[in-house]
Design a protein. Structure first.
Length: 266
């Protein structure tokens, strides 16, 4: 009986490996940004140029020359605490809770003296209040023991504190110390991708992209302009495009053509 031979196996050429040395361009550190985010800047839309960005921020600046944070605070420490508490909570709700809290404890040592249980009672109306109370006490202890009761001024030192991430640290640096950071929350993420100013898939990448591309003369207040724009005009469900100062520069395909009728209107 003849033995059947298996057909010869054809050799397969190995696929060429990706060309080395061609990673995405890293974020360029601005002269005044001593600690740039460790993130890669994604390619921005080709038709968003420097002139358009300049015009957009010039209009936002003209509409609100001196933007202010909506969280209430007395000093860098109370700002830090307020921003930590604001995660998954509204600024209005945080302000209601912190007014009596800060009246008793506006320094790290005073917060430690107050204790976790009393802090928890003050912030009980805020989401995740148990975890946040523990973080407030823990970060207060670190500030007292390692920083002499002062809030540090670097991204790395701030991010070591419990409950503090890139967003919180960036807000504190920007608002308390005048460092031109753009902390990206849900509003800024939406606005940046929608207009678009800079398109990316994560908040860290959007922050890195905006900080690299926003004109330097507008960079200090860009965080406030964008968050207020997203909160009150470029809303998630129904943006108020007719009242938008940059409506003609925005390429969002689902623009509104008229404002929703007010309650009780016939």
């Amino acid at each position: 009986m003849a033995t059947r031979k298996s057909p010869p196996v054809k050799s397969r050429k190995a696929s060429p490996s990706p060309r080395a040395g061609t990673p995405d361009a890293p974020v360029k550190a601005r002269a005044f940004l001593k600690t740039p985010l460790v993130a890669k800047v994604e390619r921005a839309p080709k038709d968003v140029d420097a002139a358009t960005l300049e015009t957009i921020f010039a209009r936002l600046s003209a509409a609100n020359p001196e933007p202010r944070a909506e969280l209430h605070y007395h000093n860098p420490f109370t700002l830090l605490v307020a921003v930590v508490l604001s995660a998954q909570a509204t600024d209005k709700g945080v302000n209601l809770a912190t007014k009596p809290l800060f009246a008793l404890a506006d320094t790290p040592q005073a917060m430690l003296d107050l204790g976790e249980e009393r802090v928890r009672d003050f912030i009980r109306t805020i989401g995740l209040f148990n975890t946040k109370a523990k973080n407030v006490i823990a970060l207060s202890r670190i500030l007292v023991e390692r920083h002499g009761g002062e809030v540090p001024r670097t991204l790395e030192e701030l991010q070591v504190l419990p409950g503090v991430g890139v967003k919180t640290a960036s807000v504190v640096l920007n608002v308390a110390f005048g460092v031109p950071r753009i902390a990206v929350d849900t509003h800024i993420f939406r606005v940046s991708n929608r207009i678009p100013l800079f398109m990316a898939s994560t908040t860290d990448k959007v922050q890195a992209g905006l900080e690299a591309r926003v004109p330097e003369n507008f960079l200090l207040h860009a965080h406030h302009w964008l968050i207020l724009h997203g909160r009150y005009i470029c809303k998630a469900r129904r943006p108020e495009c007719p009242s938008c100062p940059i409506e003609d520069l925005c390429r969002y395909p689902s623009k509104t053509t008229g404002l929703a009728p007010s309650a009780g209107a016939s």
